[in-house]
Ligand binder design. Structure first.
Ligand SMILES: [Zn+2]
Length: 141
């Protein structure tokens, strides 16, 4: 996969403004690092609608306002005492509690219900069902 990425990036084209070589990947927009050609395409293309024009006019103002709020630690900044964070943690805790009950309950049924094979089978099913909601960490590769 790394070779495919290298092959895609090694393509180059001359800059129409300063003639410097622009290495580019076909999946992304080309721009020149020497003269900033094509960095901001919003000035070159006319807005498609009045909504698009309003969005372009308001986006820098809202971006700067959000940046200031984040720097000041204001309402835009992330806090762990936020109500939505508490609710998200409560939901996550409930999901993991169900997972733990399935895993532990299934294992207990398998171990303690030994002479009764139906209980053992039910315990195995519960233990297997506990695997589906088990938390997964993103792979590092
Ligand atoms: Zn250029």
């Amino acid at each position: 996969m790394g070779e495919q990425l290298d092959a895609a990036v090694k393509q180059a084209t001359p800059c129409p403004r300063c003639a410097a070589d622009i290495p580019y990947d076909e999946r992304f927009t080309k721009w020149c690092t020497a003269c900033d050609w094509n960095v901001d395409q919003s000035d070159e293309e006319p807005p498609l609608s009045r909504f698009e024009a309003a969005r372009r006019r308001l986006a820098p103002r809202h971006g700067e306002q959000l940046h200031r709020q984040l720097l000041d630690g204001g309402p835009g900044a992330t806090t762990t005492t936020d109500r939505s964070h508490v609710l998200a943690r409560a939901v996550a805790l409930a999901v993991h509690a169900v997972t733990a009950v399935l895993a532990v309950g299934g294992a207990l049924l398998v171990v303690l219900g030994r002479p009764r094979y139906l209980l053992c089978a039910f315990g195995a099913i519960l233990s297997t069902a506990a695997v589906a909601p088990w938390p997964r960490w993103p792979s590092t590769s």
